[in-house]
Design a protein around this ligand. Sequence first.
Ligand SMILES: Nc1ncnc2c1ncn2[C@@H]1O[C@H](COP(=O)(O)OP(=O)(O)O)[C@@H](O)[C@H]1O
Ligand SMILES: CC(=O)N[C@@H](CCC(=O)OP(=O)(O)O)C(=O)O
Length: 286
Amino acid sequence: MQTPADVLIEALPYFREFYGKIVVVKYGGNAMIDETLKEQVMQDIALLHYVGIRPILVHGGGPEISALMKQMGYEPTFVGGLRVTDAATMEIVEMVLAGKTNKSIVALLNRQGAQAVGLSGKDANLIVACKMHSPKGDLGYVGEVARVNPGILNLLVERGYIPVVSSVAIGPDGESYNVNADHVAGHIAAAVGAAKLVILTDVEGLYADYNDKSSLIVDMDVARAEEMLRTGAADRGMIPKLEACITAIEGGVPRCHLIDGRKPHALLIEIFTDQGIGTMVHGSGA
Ligand SMILES: Nc1ncnc2c1ncn2[C@@H]1O[C@H](COP(=O)(O)OP(=O)(O)O)[C@@H](O)[C@H]1O
Ligand SMILES: CC(=O)N[C@@H](CCC(=O)OP(=O)(O)O)C(=O)O
């Protein structure tokens, strides 16, 4: 029978491995809706901070954007997991993500004793984007990351603040772009040299076959992630997540994880226990 001390001792090698390192956490979608879970995620992030890890939180908020769009009489449309974003939708996206969602996460983290600072990709030109030209059609103001200027993030984490980043980016002429939050997380993880990218989502992890829940992939390399994108085995919301893992790993991040944000304290289980959780993506041969 494991005692509380055993649990802490099991975590010791992980405290040591990640002490002083940056861990980028992507939090979004449906895992963000439940208030109890939300509070637990904030506790986990505060805990990372208090054991000397430097977390950066990148958040989404797709369901909240869709809810406000519907309230305002617009019908949300997605192509390949990305929201078709006309000018009116872009305004709603910015109001929700950079406004309400970002500030509510900051407030929740600060209630856990952290010093969180909310940023959008516009602050200090953190995320510069250009229009995404998708082969699937014109997505309007959907952006792809052209450049990350991580200076502000490094400054904040060195001073003990927890950056909370929304995925609204700035274009070359100062215009706003709606960038998928998974894509932003992948680019930020690469730009800051994170030790890990952890993406919390609303499934156990990546299934080889989504219709077969016994096909959870525990561990895979980038080549297999690319293959799953090519064959369509990962579709809808999983597409940007796998793309984010590939971007991060190609940018030097050793490991990325897709984990179940509906599971209480999934983040702590992933980082501090031997068992791990969800799907780990790593470089070829790692
Ligand atoms: N092979 C797969 N394994 C797991 N999930 C998949 C797969 N293919 C598609 N999906 C879908 O991806 C979704 C996760 O993406 P999304 O809903 O955008 O997450 P979030 O809202 O957390 O950003 C899952 O709920 C599932 O419907
Ligand atoms: C282009 C695009 O799709 N942008 C996303 C941005 C928010 C997001 O990514 O939220 P989740 O992480 O909750 O899905 C959107 O408009 O929904």
